[in-house]
Design a binder for this molecule. Sequence first.
Ligand code: SF4
Ligand code: SF4
Ligand code: SF4
Length: 203
Amino acid sequence: MSQLESKCPLTATKLKLEFFYNDDSKDGMCSKCHPCKLGIYDAVKILDAIQAGKGLDIYPALLMRIAVDVKDGGMCKKGKDRADLLAAFLKDFSDDLQRHIKGVCTHQVCTRLISYEIDPAKCTMCDKCRVVCKDFAIEGQKAVSGKLGFTPYRIRQKRCTHCGECIKVCPEGAVIITEAALAGEEKPAALVKHTVGTCPLHY
Ligand code: SF4
Ligand code: SF4
Ligand code: SF4
């Protein structure tokens, strides 16, 4: 899988738009026309916000508006192709986009939208995950044979940075990834500020 591919369509779309925006070669954005320059930038920012658990219901409409404006206002095929890419994502993966906006990445790719948990039925209390966790997000006591009463292992969600290291070292497959709607706790009260120069929606 190339660096611009992902099993998560939202992630793949964002990676491709971001790469185009930052690409200094002749294949990248030349920044000559505003609809493309501002629109692609804003699309990436909006997709970023959704991946960070800050999705808003207005974002699909904003993204579609950007796709239309870049298609209409972009002066070359490169920009129009990116508009088509964005429009295709919005059309083909609208349900997936809505799930992301609700805080769930069913592909378990968007790290802010998943949580790591320890299955107590599988955990043998070996301590390997706690040792490897650089964020001190795992607590528990290593089991000693013949003794009882140890604190079971668990992951403190507020400390976990979703690095995935604990999964790699667990010999029992006891660390699992679950889809986790952020339940509103990290949702912003206001919209993420952005600069959609192509879009007439003001708020
Ligand atoms: S649409 Fe084409 S000409 Fe316009 S900024 Fe994008 S890459 Fe440049
Ligand atoms: S995913 Fe990373 S930060 Fe989270 S508990 Fe595992 S090792 Fe710690
Ligand atoms: S590495 Fe796995 S088995 Fe060992 S303490 Fe952590 S979750 Fe339990």
